[in-house]
Ligand binder design. Sequence first.
Ligand SMILES: Cc1cc2nc3c(=O)[nH]c(=O)nc-3n(C[C@H](O)[C@H](O)[C@H](O)COP(=O)(O)OP(=O)(O)OC[C@H]3O[C@@H](n4cnc5c(N)ncnc54)[C@H](O)[C@@H]3O)c2cc1C
Length: 386
Amino acid sequence: MIETRGEKVDTLIIGSGFAGSSVARVLAERGHKVKIIEKRNHIGGNCYDEYDQYGVLVHKYGPHIFHTNNKEVYDFLSRFTKWYDYSHEVVGNVYGKIIPIPFNLNTLMIVFGEEKGQLLKQELIDTYGENARVPILELQKSDSVGIQEVAQYVYENIFLKYTMKQWNQKPEEVDQSVTARVPVLISYDNRYFQDTYQGLPLEGYTKLFENMLDHENIEIELNRDAKLDLTFDFDHHKIYYKNQEFTGQIIFTGAIDEFFDNQLGQLPYRSLRFDFEHYPEDYYQSKGVVNYTVSEDYTRITEFKYLTGQVIDGTTIIKEYPEVYKDNRQVPYYAILNSENIAMHQKYVDMVKPFSRFHLLGRLAQYKYYNIDGIVEEALALTKQL
Ligand SMILES: Cc1cc2nc3c(=O)[nH]c(=O)nc-3n(C[C@H](O)[C@H](O)[C@H](O)COP(=O)(O)OP(=O)(O)OC[C@H]3O[C@@H](n4cnc5c(N)ncnc54)[C@H](O)[C@@H]3O)c2cc1C
């Protein structure tokens, strides 16, 4: 066993995002001695936030809004933060026209006018029921001319070009779990999420992580790639940490392909470039997020003051440009889910399977899209298994 602070570490956690940090806290409270190894110079993974040079709290790796229906997850995270009660609203900029997104009954009236809108509304309610959330793929299957027209509008003006920008793919090439995330709402609810709990950590995500990791049984090493310290003996299924056999649990939340030097192939990802801009104005746009669904190279502009409720002179926005992921000088943001890539990931999973104390957890290690609540739920489930 390695020793740190004079005590024996029995759990190593690679990565300090929501996956790694949640596991660390629960195990530390059970009395385990946990060491987190994080290759960045900060904790919090992609949910890290910081104050920019103008004093505005910004999300370094893109805007993050917490939302969930899972009370266990909400209660767990609420131990480390109070919440700023923010209901997320998004609008789309369609050739200069501003419409609520997801497409809902308010959008319907703006796009089709009150008279036609009312007729279409009735048809949508009759077919799917009031307050239904219908994925765009579902609408397209309808036989009704009216519903087809709505589907066509959403497909062309909200979905098609946006998806092509985001994924550099044709929509039919995009995995269904992604297309299903583009819904039409049969209600006047302009909120982007309908979950019971939604908001942002009152003092920011980084503060939440600091509170979560503030435990006597947790030690954190920043600026360290765990790859440099861990070696695998594939013949005897042993793992060495700094050349000493490590027999405790290891929770790995990084990219598995990169960790093993792409020896079974490099998993494809979509990356993003974020351009931050500051303006000496109170507000830059009308809502927290404006999606550019048909024009511009960026997919959306986020204005942080709406999200965080911060009261400050001036405002900072972030423009999000999708990019091809080439190598680890970029951040791998979204797994590109298709059967070939999932099969390649599975080979890595099979490769580490004999190491029964080595666990893959998180959006990178599992090569899967998770929202914050989803990954915290997975993390809590893993701690119950261990
Ligand atoms: C643009 C964008 C916007 C999003 N918005 C939302 C949102 O609004 N709401 C929501 O609920 N979810 C959102 N998500 C999802 C959210 O970001 C993830 O659910 C969450 O970050 C997953 O946490 P994680 O711990 O799995 O991964 P990460 O946060 O990526 O953490 C992994 C950590 O492991 C570290 N690491 C990797 N390899 C190594 C290594 N070899 N050695 C040491 N450390 C290593 C990394 O540096 C990183 O800190 C968004 C995702 C993206 C891409």
